[in-house]
Design a binder for this molecule. Structure first.
Ligand code: SAM
Length: 278
């Protein structure tokens, strides 16, 4: 149980996570998730961070009950909805609550677990038949065409983050495997939708330009949050600081076409004895 990013209780990380949450809402047309969950559901938000998703889900679904769990619980500001609770839990090594959930949600957990597939299996075992799992995670690989990013600092930053992550068992490309892992775990109706996250306003398409403007802001924070991976990859603190500054300058440069994809993956636990092939 090692987590390499700052705790969600730190103000700059809290701001970044809330901003990222709003970016996901923008991408998903205002929806908190894509799975067709019924309105009276028992919901678990794993690695809840600031708890913003759990609180909003509870507010929007007053007949559901929502539990947010995390290694460390950040005290949410203001009054909590009565149908929302938080609990400290190491979701990989700890014992999950005995509840059988209808919907288990994970957002931005790519740097969290030693064995994500084993955590998917835990979710499967703690879910009612017909229940839904949903994961939102980026894949740290450039999906933009052309070679404008070749040899840039931001390209080097991404390569070193991936290298540093691998050294400690955090594959920052693993969201590309979620669909396969969910199928192998026994889930059915697996959907993997990918949405582009341009690094700034470089795309011509106005909608992508808008996402780029939002993601740029989040990315500037992410460059700081992922510092540990640069030193794990072998950079000195001085070189890491220098690379981060140069990468941030590139993130502002619309001549450099860079984009990650964020995977929005959801799947259903089969009903006992029934499999409706879609
Ligand atoms: C990048 S944040 C994402 C938080 C939130 N899901 C969001 O989208 O804003 C990752 C969170 O995972 C939590 N975390 C890391 N490892 C965990 C584990 N083994 N069990 C539970 N939570 C974990 C961290 O404490 C952190 O709050």
């Amino acid at each position: 149980m090692t987590y390499f990013l700052p705790e969600a209780s730190q103000q700059t990380e809290k701001d970044r996570l809330n901003y990222q949450h709003n970016m996901m809402l923008h991408i998903l047309g205002g929806r908190l998730g894509q799975a067709p969950v019924h309105p009276q559901a028992q919901v678990l938000d794993v690695a809840t961070g600031t708890g913003i998703w759990a609180i909003q889900y509870a507010e929007q679904h007053p007949d559901s009950t929502v539990l947010g769990v995390d290694l460390s619980i950040t005290k949410p500001q203001g009054l909590l909805p009565g149908n929302c609770q938080f609990q400290q839990l190491d979701a990989e090594n700890g014992e999950w609550p005995p509840t059988q959930f209808d919907y288990i949600h994970f957002a931005h957990v790519i740097a969290c677990f030693d064995d994500t597939k084993a955590v998917m299996k835990k979710a499967f075992d703690h879910m009612k038949p017909g229940g839904w799992i949903e994961l939102h995670d980026p894949e740290l690989r450039n999906i933009a065409d052309g070679d404008s990013a070749k040899g840039t600092a931001v390209e080097e930053w991404v390569q070193l983050v991936v290298k540093g992550g691998r050294i400690v068992g955090r594959d920052m490309l693993k969201s590309a495997h979620y669909e396969t892992w969910l199928n192998e775990t026994g889930f059915v109706n697996v959907q993997d939708a990918k949405f582009p996250l341009p690094f700034n306003e470089w795309p011509e398409n106005p909608k992508l330009k808008e996402v780029g403007a939002i993601y740029k802001h989040n990315l500037l924070g992410l460059v700081e949050s992922l510092t540990k991976f640069l030193t794990l990859a072998g950079l000195s603190h001085t070189d890491a600081k220098d690379l981060k500054e140069r990468a941030k300058r590139d993130i502002h440069n619309p001549q450099i076409r860079f984009a990650f994809a964020v995977h929005v993956v959801y799947a259903q636990k089969p009903f006992n004895g029934i499999y409706v092939h879609l």
